[in-house]
Design a protein around this ligand. Structure first.
Ligand SMILES: C[S@@+](CC[C@H](N)C(=O)[O-])C[C@H]1O[C@@H](n2cnc3c(N)ncnc32)[C@H](O)[C@@H]1O
Length: 314
């Protein structure tokens, strides 16, 4: 059986917004299991193209292996970070982009089969990198080298964890005796840190701490912040940007960027003519974020936190 498994989230909604048609060009910033890329490729046939990007070489190889000859000729596949979208598009001379989609974060493969310590429920080395082909710091490095204050900040900012101070303290105490190597080492530190009345709820804290570390290891929020303005610059007028996020930190960045892009004149109402010269660059297509239907939730519980927001460039 194929080791790379991921059920695409909100696929119908993405296609409904992007309205792909023959000969158009789309960018999928987060290839993953290829669910969006394959659906887009099919709809832009016979000559449209899809540029698919992923940080994870396993996702890239998996997609490439499963393409038909017709698809291969129209699929442009790039191993890299969507934050470098301008350079990637330039490198592949990819123009007239009708839409850009990014389905943020991790895929089911990362949790179920990557063996990179992303889930706290299995004993695995604490790696957490999406791109393991580069020698960048992993979760082990952060846990064993960051100062206690840095760990508190990381757990608070990216995990919104109430017991960040206690957990960071327990980690630092533990690492004076032994190197924290496995997910189980971190889970034990979390259990030890929590006050007695909430110790039995350690899984909630573990989920938040693991999320925080993953975000930090992969610089997820910085990449998103760099990607969004590039996407807006690069998409053709009338083209759309669709982003699916999975936690409030990401969603806040997307929402703020979209609101900003859609904001026109900000002069006080008493000004007879505009002095600021600002014009909106985009129109918001989703007043409220779109979430998974009951039907989708029945088939895929992992779609529950997904929030889709979209804009159209003017
Ligand atoms: C939720 S999955 C995408 C699933 C995909 N839409 C599908 O239908 O199968 C997210 C993917 O984005 C990749 N990823 C995360 N951050 C990235 C980044 N900054 N640049 C490129 N790929 C990234 C991950 O490696 C993962 O494969």
């Amino acid at each position: 059986m194929n080791k790379y498994q991921h059920v695409p989230v909100l696929l119908n909604e993405v296609l409904e917004i992007l309205q792909p048609s023959p000969e158009q060009h789309f960018v999928d910033g987060t290839l993953g299991g290829g669910g969006y890329s394959a659906a887009l490729l099919e709809r832009v046939a016979p000559s449209g193209k899809v540029l698919s990007i992923d940080l994870d070489q396993v996702a890239i190889d998996n997609y490439r292996t499963n393409l038909s000859d017709d698809q291969s000729a129209r699929a442009i596949i790039h191993h890299g970070n969507f934050r470098d979208l301008d350079e990637i598009v330039e490198k592949h001379d990819f123009r007239d982009i009708a839409g850009i989609v990014a389905d943020l974060g991790l895929s089911s493969y990362h949790i179920d089969a990557s063996e990179r310590g992303i889930s706290f429920q299995k004993k695995e080395p604490l790696d957490m990198r999406f791109d393991v082909t580069k020698d960048t710091p992993d979760a082990r490095f952060i846990l064993n080298n960051h100062t206690e204050a840095e760990l508190v900040k990381l757990f608070t900012d990216y995990g919104e964890e109430k017991f960040s101070r206690q957990i960071a303290h327990a980690i630092v105490r533990r690492r004076q005796e032994t190197f924290l190597h496995y997910t189980t080492d971190l889970v034990e530190a979390i259990q030890e840190a929590l006050p007695k009345p909430v110790k039995h709820l350690y899984q909630d804290s573990a989920r938040r701490i693991f999320q925080a570390l993953r975000i930090a290891v992969n610089h997820e929020l910085e990449s998103l912040e760099q990607f969004l303005p590039k996407a807006l610059d690069l998409v053709a007028p009338g083209g759309k940007i669709v982003i699916i996020s999975f936690h409030s930190l990401e969603d806040r960045i997307v929402k703020q960027f979209f609101v900003e892009a859609a904001t026109g004149c900000i002069c006080p109402p008493e000004f007879p003519i505009c002095q600021c010269g600002r014009t909106p660059r985009a129109k918001i297509l989703t007043k409220k974020p779109i979430t998974a239907t009951e039907q989708e939730l029945l088939l895929n519980m992992r779609s529950k936190p997904a929030k889709l927001r979209a804009i159209q460039k003017l």
